[in-house]
Design a protein around this ligand. Structure first.
Ligand code: HPA
Ligand code: ZN
Length: 340
């Protein structure tokens, strides 16, 4: 009904999540449980102490803690539990489909076999579909602070498991590690039939966004905030309807924006960019997808129509088959009509 609050409207809206690092969904409670189960020492003595440490002034600050947290993940069951915990939380937010990143190098570099990571995550994804009705895809993300050679070795390790992946991504420390460093790896991934995503313009300049478009030939851009500094780039992104997976609470916690009131999403929408809202690393940034919609809507004053557009964009920008996209978008329209 028209009297429904915007928060209630957001909660009931079917959504896809397109920018979620599964290692970034490791809640402190599960971190403690896995540390105990695996006999791994962690440098915190309580869940509260972990949460108190989540105070970041930039991307690298966060990454240091995020990679340390991943040390508790060792077995197939750990990865399955991690993934299923995310999907249970996402389902509560009415996320109907999620395309999730994982960072294989974070695990293989600690001696955890590639197949343990993939089989565990896939088990969690299969359970999410069976028990929660949430569909998903897995995106293998290369760590850009490591070498091109290491990325190629990771792609090689992934080759027996290609059926489990919808795409590749590029994450970790952006400045100093431009997309050009991975042009050949992305070309090889594209030839394997994988979709191509890259983080760009989170901390890096508009030139990195251009490289992601021109040298990596990406299908989807993660973040993209700093594109807004470059008029020609804005026009290009609008004309191509490139999907941007924007993460408001991540941007706030990593000081990409000073205040949510300064967030670029309203300007992105005004300029006709194909924007989606996502949670990035929700265990570290203080909110899952609905919280990102709610806090941004509150801070910048999004309308119900804009919120509906963001949800529609999330399915359009997904790697679902066209018929599945259409079915999900019809559910978004049905919710909008019912709530009108
Ligand atoms: N940026 C770069 N690397 C990451 C992020 C991010 O937002 N989250 C997890 N790894
Ligand atoms: Zn990210």
């Amino acid at each position: 009904s028209p009297s429904m609050s915007l928060d209630a409207y957001i909660a009931g809206l079917p959504k896809a999540e397109l920018h979620l690092h599964i290692e970034g969904s490791l809640e402190p409670e599960l971190m403690f449980e896995l540390a105990q189960r695996n006999g791994v020492a962690i440098p915190f003595d309580s869940v509260e102490a972990v949460r108190a440490a989540y105070d970041f002034s930039n991307l690298q600050d966060f990454l240091d803690i995020y990679y340390a947290g991943a040390n508790v993940l060792l077995t197939r069951r750990d990865f399955e539990d991690l993934a299923f915990a995310y999907f249970r939380r996402a389902a509560a937010d009415n996320v109907r489909h999620a395309e999730i990143f994982f960072d294989p190098q974070t695990h293989t570099d600690r001696g955890v076999p590639f197949e343990v990571v993939v089989e565990g995550l896939v088990a969690g994804m299969d359970r999410a579909k069976a028990e929660l009705g949430v569909t998903s895809g897995l995106i293998l993300s290369f760590l850009r602070h490591l070498s091109e050679e290491a990325a190629f070795a990771t792609l090689e390790a992934a080759t027996p498991y290609l059926d489990h992946f919808v795409g590749v991504g590029l994450d970790s420390s952006e400045v100093g590690h431009p997309p050009s460093k991975f042009a050949r790896v992305f070309a090889a991934a594209g030839e394997l039939g994988l979709k191509l995503c890259a983080h760009a313009g989170e901390e890096g300049p508009p030139a990195y966004v251009r490289e992601a478009l021109d040298l990596l030939h990406i299908d989807r851009m993660d973040h993209g905030n700093r594109s807004m500094e470059d008029e020609a780039l804005i026009q290009r992104l609008a004309a191509s309807q490139m999907t941007l997976t924007v993460c408001p609470l991540s941007n706030l916690k990593l000081c990409v924006v000073k205040d949510l009131k300064d967030h670029p999403v309203p300007e992105m929408l005004r300029r006709g960019l194909h924007v989606t809202l996502n949670s990035d690393d929700p265990a570290y940034f203080g909110g899952y997808v609905n919280e990102n919609y709610r806090q941004l809507a509150q801070a910048v004053g999004l309308t119900r129509e804009q919120v509906t557009l963001l949800a529609r964009n999330s399915f359009e920008g997904s790697f679902l088959a066209e018929a599945d996209k259409a079915a999900r978008i019809a559910e978004v329209e049905a919710w909008a009509a019912r709530s009108a």
